[in-house]
Design a protein around this ligand. Structure first.
Ligand SMILES: [Fe+2]
Ligand SMILES: [Fe+2]
Length: 235
């Protein structure tokens, strides 16, 4: 799930930004934990609206990424990725009977590949968790979940590759910065009133799952390691 960076800093709710707590608890959860919370059917329209915006942002981001200096094999993947997101967006537009939105200028994305890779990996991971939620209400949309798993898996491999090279630190620092904004992003995604009874629990689960993913990939250091060696941090 993507977000427009212009809106990143406008809604700040630090209450969920509790890295220590999440880091210690993440090992106890499976990837399906996000979906252990069952959403009622009244949430479906709000979820579809959220997907409409997120798929559009995903499409524009992936288009914009192709204009950056990315490795050739990444460029090849991004072309297929763009097709997938275009297809997803068209599905949501048809489902909620919305005209395609045009955007005059593509969103700006980071120029440096490690930073861009972390950003796309993060938003695809977030999209995957929302796709799991959507599937509860719309099992007919399973192919979207399948595509999101492919997208996350590709960028996860790229992140591991980056972490084995000389730009690992840049990727790690980007991940710390991206993670700091995540509670705000998740709260905004769950802003519709229909999510009121579920928001806190859902946001916590999503943050746990993504933080664990980032930690297992090696992007985030586990908190115990940080406590022993505070110099690892990115400030
Ligand atoms: Fe998508
Ligand atoms: Fe995607």
């Amino acid at each position: 799930m993507y977000t427009d960076p212009r809106y990143q800093s406008t809604l700040l709710d630090g209450s969920l930004d509790n890295a220590e707590w999440f880091a210690y608890d993440t090992s106890m959860l499976s990837p399906q934990e996000t979906t252990s919370i069952r959403l009622p059917s009244e949430c479906e329209p709000a979820l579809l609206e959220r997907f409409l915006k997120a798929e559009a942002m995903a499409l524009w981001t992936v288009r914009s990424a192709q204009q950056q200096d990315v490795p050739p094999h990444v460029y090849a993947f991004l072309r297929k990725h763009e097709e997938d997101e275009q297809k997803h967006l068209a599905q949501f537009e048809a489902m909620i009977d919305r005209q395609p939105r045009v955007r005059e200028r593509l969103p700006s994305v980071p120029r440096q590949w490690p930073v861009l890779a972390v950003q796309i990996y993060g938003y695809e991971s977030l999209g995957l968790e929302f796709a799991r939620l959507l599937l509860q209400l719309r099992p007919d949309l399973a192919s979207i979940l399948d595509d999101e798993e492919v997208h996350v898996a590709f960028f996860e491999r790229e992140i591991r590759r980056l972490l084995g090279g000389d730009r690992a630190e840049q990727a790690r620092c980007s991940a710390v910065a991206w993670r700091r904004k995540l509670p705000t992003t998740v709260n905004r995604y769950l802003a519709a009133a229909v999510f009121d009874p579920f928001r806190t629990a859902l946001a916590e689960r999503i943050l746990i799952v993504i933080e664990r993913r980032f930690t297992e990939t090696g992007l985030l250091q586990i908190q115990e390691k940080l406590a022993r060696n505070p110099e690892i941090g990115c400030g």
